[in-house]
Design a binder for this molecule. Structure first.
Ligand SMILES: Nc1ncnc2c1ncn2[C@@H]1O[C@H](COP(=O)(O)OP(=O)(O)OP(=O)(O)O)[C@@H](O)[C@H]1O
Ligand SMILES: [Mg+2]
Length: 269
């Protein structure tokens, strides 16, 4: 196996609509601006929307990648220099619950391409479907996106519990999104961390938080990523800070990353 420099992350949440897709996209921008390379994979296979946030209509998507003769290079599409994405597709029901054979085809085709980037980020659908859980157990690390709403907290806890107890996955970073203050973000993180420590005996890591920011809502309407639309908006500055922390994490864990495959069970050639 090659020496691996790619940090793979799955971005997930218990509850839907908490901001995963916007976070993946804008974190990707922030990393690119810091001269890192990133590949985003839209894994919300039932309701793809990374392409919608970018206002683009990719020619090929992950559904095409399942066909013989189609390679990852045919499907990947450039967002910016060194910042690419693999689009999903909406309305193809068999992709929502992918069976293991389909996952096998997909990831075998993807893993070598992924190895060319500093970061691979999977934007997952919400909830704890079989596909979400199996994708989330493949990556080296998971980012759980939570908001201060009580339902978001309980759903995130439930998701972490299933992954920990049934999939033996224990590495989680947390981003608190849509916080109205640093205090609220801290309380939200601490509640989730305390429940995970007390009942599951695992330690979460706090990556940081993103302010609730109407500029982000406006950027979605304009189909322009927030980092491009308003680079100085409060949420943009928060996301830049998160990207810095992620870069530090990657640096601090270089040896661990090098020792692990990018995607578990899919060694690169
Ligand atoms: N920091 C924020 N400030 C204000 N609004 C936000 C913020 N983050 C997300 N939102 C709102 O939440 C909406 C949903 O965001 P997004 O599509 O990224 O969520 P998601 O978790 O990917 O949803 P799904 O579970 O459906 O995939 C955005 O369109 C925006 O209106
Ligand atoms: Mg989404």
């Amino acid at each position: 196996m090659n020496h691996n420099n790619t940090l793979s992350l799955a971005v997930m949440s218990g509850k839907g609509g908490v901001g995963k897709t916007n976070i993946v996209l804008n974190l990707g921008y922030a990393l690119q601006q810091a001269e890192m390379t990133a590949l985003l994979m839209d894994c919300d296979l039932g309701l793809a929307n990374l392409d919608v946030l970018l206002g683009i209509s990719p020619e090929k998507n992950l559904h095409d990648l399942l066909q013989t003769g189609v390679n990852a290079e045919d499907v990947v599409c450039e967002i910016e220099d060194g910042f690419d994405m693999l689009p999903a597709t909406s309305g193809v029901p068999e992709l929502v619950e992918m069976d293991e054979d389909m996952q096998d085809i997909l990831f075998k085709k993807l893993v070598n391409l992924a190895g060319e980037y500093d970061y691979l980020m999977l934007d997952l659908g919400a909830g704890i479907s079989h596909t979400v859980l199996s994708f989330a157990s493949l990556t080296q690390l998971r980012i759980v996106v939570v908001t201060p709403e009580p339902t978001s907290l309980t759903d995130s806890y439930a998701m972490i519990k299933v992954l920990t107890t049934q999939h033996d996955v224990k590495d989680f970073l947390v981003i608190v999104n849509q916080a109205t203050s640093a205090d609220e973000a801290k309380q939200t993180y601490e509640r989730l961390a305390a429940a995970c420590k007390n009942f599951l005996n695992i330690d979460l890591r706090n990556l940081g938080f993103i302010h609730q920011d109407r500029t982000l809502v406006e950027s979605v309407r304009r189909q322009t990523p927030l980092m491009k639309f308003a680079p100085q908006a409060p949420a943009s500055l928060d996301i830049k800070a998160l990207a810095k922390k992620l870069m530090r994490y990657r640096e601090d864990n270089r040896d661990r990353i090098a020792g692990r495959p990018i995607l578990k069970d899919f060694p690169s050639l």
